[in-house]
Design a binder for this molecule. Structure first.
Ligand SMILES: Cc1cc2nc3c(=O)[nH]c(=O)nc-3n(C[C@H](O)[C@H](O)[C@H](O)COP(=O)(O)O)c2cc1C
Length: 216
């Protein structure tokens, strides 16, 4: 970020003082200026590439996910927006094989957990930020934003992941709360198995002009 800001400052400097720059300096400076523009464009396109490359990955190799990468995923999740910046989330990082197998047995659509090296459970913390009944589901919106950030970070780190649904199905919520001995105010939204992809999955093209409404 610092580097990016410096480059912007450099661009401004060049634009405002261009008539004072001798010709022998001007040519390399113009080259640098062009490379700044290139860097900005690449940064944008990396972000968009990650968004468009993300796909649900349900098969993983046995390779463990290093702790540094897990931290990257959690930091990305916590960078998400949340209502009134309440950050009503709580993350459970599961690498315990027996627990992964137990969860896979409890959840009909999360069988891949049994073979995943890691799962992150994104939970809402109902003690944070609920001051009236209308806000009672905000945690699910906030945790969804965090989950999507986590999925994108996994893609960017060369990992595969998939959102497997827990909330709003009460049987699944109860099963996860019971397996992890969670207090009742901690509500699991989803379980995200993560690992190095086994095989190549392609992203789906979902762009659909029919769902766009222009009001001009
Ligand atoms: C709220 C939600 C619940 C989901 N639940 C499951 C699930 O229980 N099991 C599963 O395999 N995938 C689940 N998915 C993943 C979707 O099946 C997947 O995102 C969808 O098919 C689109 O594919 P893509 O993620 O590759 O773009 C869920 C996704 C969301 C957003």
């Amino acid at each position: 970020m610092q580097e990016f800001t410096n480059k912007i400052e450099m661009k401004k400097l060049l634009l405002f003082n261009v008539n004072k720059v001798p010709i022998f300096l001007a040519i390399p400076l113009i080259g640098m200026l062009l490379s700044c523009t290139q860097t900005t464009t690449n940064t944008m396109s990396d972000t968009l590439q990650t968004i468009h490359n993300r796909k649900s990955v349900r098969k993983y190799t046995e390779q463990a996910v290093p702790k540094e990468k897990i931290d990257v995923l959690l930091k990305a999740a916590m960078a998400a927006p949340s209502s009134k910046n309440n950050q009503p989330w709580s993350f459970y990082v599961i690498t315990n094989k027996a627990m992964l197998v137990k969860l896979s047995e409890q959840l009909p659509f999360a069988k891949m957990l049994a073979k995943a090296p890691l799962a992150i459970i994104v939970c809402g913390d109902n003690t944070k930020g609920v001051t009236n009944p209308e806000q009672s589901l905000n945690w699910a919106l906030d945790c969804s934003a965090a989950s999507q950030n986590l999925l994108l970070a996994a893609e960017a780190e060369g990992l595969g992941a998939v959102w497997t649904g827990v909330f709003p199905y009460s049987d699944r919520v109860n099963a996860v709360q019971e397996a992890l001995q969670l207090p009742e105010y901690i509500i699991p939204l989803n379980i995200i198995p993560v690992g190095y992809p086994d095989g190549e999955q392609l992203p789906k093209d979902k762009f659909n002009l029919d769902v766009i409404n222009w009001i001009e």
